[in-house]
Write a protein that binds this ligand. Structure first.
Ligand SMILES: [Fe+2]
Ligand SMILES: [Fe+2]
Length: 154
């Protein structure tokens, strides 16, 4: 599978999980915890695939605009991974505070996904050949399997 299709598939799954999580109520304590854990695991792998495989390829093939895009996208990752998600993981799932934080995380991620799909990915398609995107996709698939294995073993 080519790199872009693989990442878009991940986006679909994360958006679905976020939608599910945001429709739960304070009573769904266990379900909220499970969904959040699943989102955390999916994002962990997805972000690594982007930051270690696709983003560097775009940065290297592009010019100043691509470098700016690269840093903006990385900063959006950091906001979720280092600030929003850790806070959420320490919030009681049966509270309204949890729901508020989920809403903010969902908005941030939807914005980020939208920007990737409308700017970053089309740029990647312009700068990188079909063959390269296939190769990157293959590397991603291998890496993904390995990381999933690590998550299961943890
Ligand atoms: Fe991303
Ligand atoms: Fe993404």
């Amino acid at each position: 599978m080519n790199a872009i299709d693989l990442l878009i598939q991940d986006h679909k799954l994360v958006k679905k999980l976020l939608e599910e999580l945001s429709t739960t109520t304070e009573r769904a304590v266990k379900k909220r915890g499970e969904l959040l854990h699943k989102i955390e695991q999916e994002l962990q792998i997805h972000t690594r695939l982007e930051e270690e495989i696709l983003y560097p390829a775009i940065k290297q093939a592009g010019g100043k605009d691509e470098v700016k895009m690269y840093y903006e996208a990385k900063e959006e990752h950091r906001t979720v991974d280092s600030l929003v998600l850790p806070d959420l993981l320490h919030t009681e799932t049966g509270t309204l505070e949890f729901a508020g934080r989920v809403k903010v995380m969902k908005e941030l991620l939807e914005h980020h996904i939208e920007e990737e799909e409308s700017e970053l990915f089309p740029t990647a398609k312009k700068l990188l050949s079909k063959k390269i995107l296939e190769e990157l996709g293959q590397t991603m698939e291998t890496q993904k399997k390995m990381l999933k294995g690590e998550q299961r073993a943890a």
